[in-house]
Write a protein that binds this ligand. Structure first.
Ligand SMILES: [Zn+2]
Length: 234
């Protein structure tokens, strides 16, 4: 087993793992997500405003319909008034007409309020639609950014994979299998360097006596970290 050759594979595998993790967590993805959320919120607001507009329009239509009914009714009562002789009957008619006039006036008032609200809603809708167009454009741009960043990241990963292929060529299949097994049980790191008396895999100190034992190992035997059992490059 050639620990140096394996360590080079490890270096490339770690780089590939990191590049894949980076690909899955591109900052461009967060930008795209927030642009999509913003657009979604604007579209929901446009939906709300349109519903509000519909409600106002239908209320206004029913006021107008009632207004026409009242006008007809009043015309009928006025005609009737001309033929009435009994004062009590005339009084009753006048009362009925007054009630209708009051209803018409309050309808007119409500109608003005509705027109006011409808104008405000229409303005808000215009603004929301303007922002929606802006937001859709921002999302499209963000998506282009994501595609570009993904492509660049994939090019890097593909390059690393090719390098790794080349680096494994000189290594025995059984050594590679042992390495892969260790990698799968040791969070992706099968072989590490000892730096300043610390295992690069588990970051635990290797004592002076453990270092001595490692140094005394035969050249063809690969050292193991006494803490994490990862292979060590001496
Ligand atoms: Zn260790």
């Amino acid at each position: 087993m050639d620990p140096r050759a394996l360590f080079e594979v490890q270096r490339l595998d770690t780089a590939i793992d990191q590049a894949r993790h980076a690909l899955a967590h591109l900052p461009e993805l967060a930008v795209e997500k927030s642009a999509a959320e913003k657009l979604g919120a604007l579209r929901a607001r446009i939906g709300d405003l349109m519903r509000e507009q519909g409600t106002l329009e239908s209320e206004l239509a029913s006021i107008e319909k009632r207004d026409a009914e009242i006008a007809n009714h009043l015309a009928r009562l006025e005609k009737q008034m001309k033929t009435v002789i009994a004062p009590r009957e005339a009084e009753a008619l006048q009362h009925e007409m007054r009630v209708l006039v009051i209803e018409r006036e309050s309808g007119d008032e409500r109608g003005l309020e509705i027109l006011d609200s409808a104008a405000t809603t229409a303005e808000a809708l215009d603004e929301a639609r303007r922002l929606e167009a802006e937001s859709a454009e921002a999302l499209a741009l963000a998506s282009v950014g994501v595609r570009g960043a993904e492509e660049a990241a994939r090019v890097v990963i593909d390059g690393l994979v090719v390098e790794r292929e080349a680096a494994t060529r000189s290594i025995d299949a059984s050594d590679l299998q042992a390495y892969e097994r260790l990698r799968s049980t040791h969070t992706g790191v099968a072989i590490a360097e000892i730096k300043h008396g610390v295992c690069g895999g588990c970051h635990m100190d290797i004592s002076a006596s453990e270092m001595d034992a490692i140094k005394r190992l035969p050249v063809d035997q690969v050292a193991e970290c006494p803490n994490c059992t990862r292979l060590l490059v001496r």
